[in-house]
Design a protein around this ligand. Sequence first.
Ligand SMILES: [Zn+2]
Length: 417
Amino acid sequence: MEIEFLGGTSEIGRSAVLVNGSLLLDFGMSTDNPPRLPVGDPDPEAVVVSHGHLDHAGAVPALLSGDSRPPIHWTPPTRELTTTLARDTLKLHGGSYRCPFTEAELQRLTQVSREHGYRETFEAAGHEVTLFDAGHIPGSAHVLVDDGDARLLYTGDFHTDDQRLVSRTTARPDVDVVVCESTYSDVQHDDRAGVEERFVRSVETTLWEGGTVVVPAFAIGRTQEMLLICEAYDVPCYVDGMGQGVTEMLRRHPTFVRDPDALRRAKSHARFVTGRDGQRRRIADQGAAIVTTSGMLTGGPAMTYVPEIRTNPTNKLTFTGYQVEGTPGRELLETGRTEIDGRIMPVSARIESYDFSAHADREGLLGFLSTYEKTTLLVNHGDRCGAFAAELCEDGYDARAPGLGETITVPSTPARR
Ligand SMILES: [Zn+2]
């Protein structure tokens, strides 16, 4: 088996792995402007998408240019999320050289889409492929690929602890090689229940004081997780931005969420913001919690709320995930000021950050990999892949971190020859 790394090596963004020159796993893009795509200009026979996040699925429509029509295999939520993200990309970049695909290419997704549930084996470009629940976001999958000689597990993004929205990964199929994400290879998450309680106490305190809390959250996964928490603790909240549509969509796929009933309650508990007639300004004055995109203040309705609430120190801004370097969110966390619409804005509202990660931490990764002591490990999707691979080698694993464009050959298993 030949595994070619076209992106996502020693970085988070533009994930893509080509197996045996014909089966492409993921085709993501970076969040830079202009976005960066995987290298190598692949023309695969078939594609499997692990989950509907920009860095794994963002550039998928670009594979449908010219006469290329490879079938695209995924779970139903991943298809919907990929389509939602692609529409957003067209809105942001459409018509400019920055846009990796056209409206026509996006339209073709429906012709080539092949939907699968978890643990249903299917054929793709001459390989046997099975998806397993990865516990990251609804529809997220580990991808098992069998080419008759060797078996590969491509982990995609995964979580080894339960979240309110999705349950943890449990599948550990027997394989010859694992391509493993390593986003949090040097981080230990705090206990989730403790993080929830601190978050809720902080939001409630601000609301009692008459302040407003802006809760920037990613549209996919995080927004729904925050709504579930607000419902569970009876914190009054609004929801705004792309996370609204995603919440409605997930209600149509109850088998891909942990507790469909809880999601239904969370959706009716939250008040949806239409943004009509200055509604956002009124809400910002009202003493409420507002869960809104974008999670790192790179756009979305959050950009309306932050200027509205920033001057009053009773108000609060609570980040719900990691802030990537160079984003307004990171700048605000580090300096207490950020640039919005070309204006530098100092923020007197209190700023806090909570780790509601959807990825395994170091302990989770090591626990997952302990099943694969005799297996070749290829570490990707992180900013310290080489260091993590070296640490795994010290622990007796056969691990390495492939470089961008590198091809790894996996010998066939003797028992299978
Ligand atoms: Zn992801």
